[in-house]
Ligand binder design. Structure first.
Ligand code: IVH
Length: 674
């Protein structure tokens, strides 16, 4: 009899053990590595399943189960860099649900007179700001809920967080969410793409990775933001959560405008449906709505579970997802030879667009999902993020089968050269830089692109055609193109040939820093190229630079230095450079040492804020300096004006307005210098 029972129970007991392990792993990937593999939805579903099973098997209760503690962002690395601080009040998580029915059940169980505060659920990472006698003294991450990392230097780079507040209690904490706005996230990922660094999957991961950096200057550059949603401490003013938030707002803390007190189920439902659409217009990511009991006494009598308060719950917006067939895995070779696997899917509609391809990142990703061609896969588009395969729907669920079946190609799908996998990197790479078509074409496309040589009239399709016709093999061939060769090709007449040649001619005056960027040396992006060109004002000096000299430049690490050195060791590259020099390209900085371009901004202190369409912030900084001005970080009485882009920080704007500092748009600024 006994045996029979344990046999019946065994699969579920084993499932408890397996789920605990899987959820611990997922927590680690999410909070520490910032590289989640499970979607939030899957994570929540598995957590729910584990909670249900643990309720069925109380004898398996374990205080170390992931159902009993919050995920931890503490890492071995952060131990070295940050002071670890014990939280005065544990930092908890929120119970959550994707079901409106469950939200209603929760509401019905509250005292009849309970008011509900509805807030947006910001999708970043939580932070606790400690104020002592009005001064910000610590900024602690959630850590494992009991202790966290003090990241105050990084937090101080967030303009809206006050370093000091007047007229406040001697000790209190403000808790809230640190976020990376969509605009900053996109800019950061764009930069990382240029530098061939791994991209962040979403703004939350980017914010979290940023807050754990040991270089506040870099944190500042990445522009985080913050919303605060919880005040706590002893002897604080106000008896309701809402009043406390309003008080915090008056003290100068960044509190969201979207906070609302609701008195009925209908009001809550209206709030949810309003924000389900409206949140798409916000500058930051949100993943749901938080409902909190307003009255603090009622909160207290409802109390807490080990992990969550009973007086609050989150409703999470479902990410749009669809099931479709993975027809085939194909392989794309990029400009630098990295081979990326791509999923070719049966087309589906997701958030208004047709999706039929999704990146599979690399071999490890395919293996971790146990993917194989013919599988039915769930594809999700969360927020503005590119579509992603989140899981496989397999009936017999025979994962080991799929795993052993899959092998990444060992030779380049384009040129047949054996692929190499650099130690420590997930990617396979084709080493045949100068003989593999997509790499050669990719290099030419990069060379002519707007931020590089900006050659009008020579687009990707034309380059492809010229390559196939044997007119272009390397970037140097561009300067040997002859009108009669171009004009005889399909779809290209005399006029296009003239345009193209004019564009090629004009590119000869593109300055040295952009020529350096255009060469396409691995990991030398636009900004890095500028910094290198400022230090090495001609290709001759750069060619002989040592690793030490190179790494002394801001932004240039060992890897980039090695890439530059090996670029100039390759005879084929030297030939290309020589031909380009003969063609008349700028291989030295003719303006270096000539002093400022003008004194139009002489004596002016200028703050740059927001995001811009025509130039990067770094470029504006350079322009300010080149015209005799000074770029400063924060707004004060002495600020001459603010160069104001889109999404300027509200605190900066407020401060500028109160001090009467003028704000100049990007276009006005360019006009001013022209
Ligand atoms: S209140 C004791 N309010 O969601 C309750 N949390 O999934 C503390 N979050 O750890 C949390 N927006 O990082 C609260 N308006 C909001 C929130 C919010 C986002 C985060 C917070 C929390 C997580 C739980």
């Amino acid at each position: 009899m006994m045996d029979l029972f344990s046999q019946i129970e065994a699969p579920e007991r084993a499932e408890i053990v397996a789920l605990r392990k899987e959820l611990e792993d997922a927590n680690y990937r999410y909070y520490v590595l910032n590289m989640p593999t499970l979607s939030d939805r899957e994570f929540d579903e598995k957590m729910r399943r584990l909670q249900d099973l643990e309720a069925l098997y109380p004898d398996m209760a374990d205080k170390n189960s992931p159902t009993q503690h919050v995920g931890s962002d503490l890492s071995a690395k952060s131990d070295k860099g940050f002071e670890q601080v014990a939280h005065r009040y544990p930092m908890l998580s929120l119970a959550n649900s994707y079901s409106l029915d469950e939200i209603q059940d929760w509401l019905r169980k509250l005292p009849a007179d309970a008011e509900i505060v509805c807030e947006l659920k910001y999708d970043g990472l939580s932070i606790s700001l400690w104020y002592e006698n009005g001064d910000l003294v610590k900024a602690v991450t959630r850590g494992d809920g009991q202790k966290g990392d003090n990241v105050i230097d990084n937090i101080k780079t967030i303009a809206s967080i006050p370093w000091h507040v007047d007229g406040v209690p001697a000790h209190f904490e403000m808790r809230g969410e640190v976020l990376m706005p969509w605009a900053s996230f996109e800019r950061l990922n764009h930069e990382r793409e240029e530098q061939e660094e791994p991209l962040f999957a979403n703004p939350r991961n980017a914010a979290s990775g940023t807050l754990k950096l040991l270089d506040p200057k870099e944190v500042k550059r990445r522009e985080l933001t913050c919303y605060l949603y919880y005040m706590l401490g002893e002897d604080l003013p106000a008896q309701t959560h809402y009043e406390r938030l309003e008080t915090a707002r008056q003290w100068g803390f960044p509190v969201s405008d979207a906070v609302k007190v609701c008195h009925s189920l209908d009001e809550v439902n209206d709030y949810i449906s309003y924000w389900d659409t409206e949140r798409k217009n916000l500058p930051v990511a949100t993943d749901g709505i938080v409902l909190k009991v307003n009255n603090l006494q009622q909160q207290q009598s409802l109390g807490y579970t080990a992990k969550t308060p009973r007086w609050a719950i989150a409703y999470k917006f479902p990410a749009e997802r669809q099931l479709t067939k993975l027809r085939q895995i194909s392989y794309q070779v990029g400009r630098t030879g990295v081979v990326t696997p791509v999923a070719n899917l049966d087309p589906i509609q997701l958030s208004g667009t047709v999706v039929q391809r999704a990146t599979l990142h690399n071999e490890d990703f395919i293996r971790s999902l146990h993917l194989r061609e013919g599988d039915m896969v769930w594809v999700e588009k969360g927020g503005e993020i590119i579509p992603k395969i989140v899981s496989v729907e397999r009936e017999n669920n025979n994962e080991s089968d799929a795993e052993t079946n899959y092998t990444f190609p060992r030779v380049c799908p384009e040129c047949g050269t054996p692929l190499v996998r650099i130690e420590g990197e997930a990617a396979w790479r084709c080493p045949n830089e100068s003989g593999c078509a997509p790499q050669q074409i990719g290099k030419i496309v990069h060379f002519v692109s707007r931020k590089a040589m900006n050659i009008d009239g020579l687009g990707e399709e034309t380059i492809d055609l010229f390559y196939r016709e044997g007119l272009l093999h390397t970037i140097a061939d561009i300067y040997s193109l002859r009108k009669e060769d171009i004009a005889r090709l399909d779809g290209l007449g005399d006029k296009s040939a003239d345009n193209m040649l004019a564009g090629i001619e004009a590119s000869k005056s593109v300055p040295w820093s952009r020529v350096l960027f255009a060469l396409g040396i691995r990991m030398v992006g636009e900004t890095t190229a500028k910094k290198i060109a400022r230090r090495f004002t001609s290709i001759e000096t750069l060619q002989w630079a040592t690793k030490e000299q190179l790494t002394a430049i801001d932004d240039v690490g060992d890897q980039i230095a090695e890439n530059i050195i090996s670029y100039f060791m390759d005879i084929k590259n030297l030939e290309i450079v020589n031909r380009l020099r003969d063609a008349g390209l700028q291989f030295e900085d003719t303006e270096a040492g000539n002093g400022p371009l003008s004194d139009k901004l002489e004596g002016k202190s200028i703050v740059i804020s927001g995001t811009f369409a025509h130039h990067s912030r770094d470029e504006y900084k350079e322009m300010i300096e080149a015209h005799g001005g000074k770029n400063v970080g924060s707004v004060s009485k002495k600020t001459s004006f603010i160069l104001a882009g889109d999404n300027m920080g509200p605190e900066k704007r407020k401060k500028a307005e109160s001090l009467g500092v003028p704000m100049i748009s990007e276009d006005e600024f360019i006009e001013m210098l022209s």
